[in-house]
Write a protein that binds this ligand. Structure first.
Ligand code: NAD
Ligand code: LMR
Length: 326
């Protein structure tokens, strides 16, 4: 058996965590041979609810769980952590955009960035799920100067998975037939699901759908899927978000399949002309616990316009929280 790794999860008594924690505990995220110590963070008023979640985790009798810590102190939660899933934040309600949460949630991520910087293992892998995820990840990253910016990522894997599922439905296929899906940009309604490089049965996806459907149905439905779920469920997506978080971390830690890639919100190095330092979703391959941006994809005028629109929104979000960016 390997030595246990420490996995910090914030918002551990919330909706997403209620499915996410049990998937992590069962080994879906880091593998069935990787023991874990769960370090769970909540705000003080939710500590009683967290106690209940920990009781249920214990009752799951998960062989891989080597310890569970529940705390309302970020310094304890991130102590020596190798992985952190930053889920704890307010979700949006009907009629809101995710960026409307910026004011309510931004302060959480500056404090947690500092706590990660001061306490976590220097090789920590951070995934921000709490919305607006890309800009919250930027805030956390900028508040953790001793940690490589590449180690702070934001979740667009849910959008990636949604994009594959909608395309599979349209073509009477399953997600197993689809590779090279790409989400560019922000986890918001400006995100750009790109079918120009995506393949279905090894053939380019954009050639298998009508342009009208792509522009008029597919792109807006993927962009608005979160809002559609809030309308239908009366609460934001939870189990699918938890599942996407498991997928994101598993790909990053254990690698992507040959001939395929995933979408990750990552620190832009200027690839594809995207401003350096924004947390922007790119197509990525992962190997040996590190990600690389897929290079050399052709970008036509249509795609360029969409990629720039979502980049502009991220730059505006960044400028709106400049007081939290040391
Ligand atoms: P929730 O309200 O059910 O749970 C959030 C939990 O976070 C609560 O238990 C709350 O007490 C806790 N919390 C608040 N502030 C905290 C802090 N400073 N430290 C630790 N914990 C704190 O919400 P949810 O449905 O689990 O969603 C959580 C976040 O994830 C929301 O912002 C939501 O919009 C976002 N989300 C993102 C994606 C994505 O694809 N990136 C998908 C779904 C949801
Ligand atoms: C989602 O995409 O489902 C989440 O970001 C929740 C939301 O606010 O849409």
């Amino acid at each position: 058996m390997k030595a246990p790794v420490r996995v910090a999860v914030t918002g551990a008594a919330g909706q997403i965590s209620y499915s996410l924690l049990f998937r992590i505990a069962s080994g879906d995220m880091l593998g069935k041979d990787q023991p874990i110590i769960l370090q769970l963070l909540e705000i003080t008023p939710a500590m009683e609810a967290l106690k209940g979640v920990i009781m249920e985790l214990e009752d799951g009798a998960f062989p891989l769980v080597a310890g569970i810590v529940g705390t309302d102190d970020a310094n304890v939660a991130f102590k020596d952590a190798n992985y952190a899933l930053l889920v704890g934040a307010r979700p949006r309600g009907p009629g809101m955009e995710r960026k409307d949460l910026l004011e309510a949630n931004a302060a959480i991520f500056s404090a947690q960035g500092k706590a990660i910087n001061d306490n976590a293992s220097k090789d920590i892998k951070v995934l921000v799920v709490g919305n607006p995820a890309n800009t919250n990840a930027l805030i956390a990253q900028r508040n953790a100067p001793d940690i490589n910016p590449r180690q702070f990522t934001a979740m667009t894997r849910l959008d990636h998975n949604r994009g594959m599922a909608q395309l599979a439905n349209k073509l009477g296929k399953t997600v197993n037939d689809i590779t090279k899906m790409t989400i560019w940009g922000n986890h918001s309604s400006t995100q750009y699901p790109d079918l120009h490089h995506c393949e279905v049965d090894g053939k380019v996806a954009i050639d298998q759908v009508e342009q009208d459907w792509y522009e008029g149905t597919y792109i807006p439905e993927v962009q608005q899927r979160g809002a559609a779920i809030i309308k239908a469920r009366g609460a934001s997506s939870a189990a699918s978000a938890g599942s996407a978080a498991v997928d994101h971390m598993r790909s990053w830690a254990l690698g992507t399949a040959d001939g395929d890639w995933v979408s990750m919100g990552i620190y832009s190095d200027g690839s594809y002309g995207i401003q350096e330092g924004l947390i922007y979703s790119f197509p990525c391959t992962c190997k040996d616990g590190d990600w690389s941006i897929v290079q050399g994809l052709e970008v036509n005028d249509f795609s360029r316009g969409k990629m720039e629109a979502t980049e502009k929104e991220l730059a505006e979000e960044r400028d709106a929280v400049s007081h939290l960016l040391p």
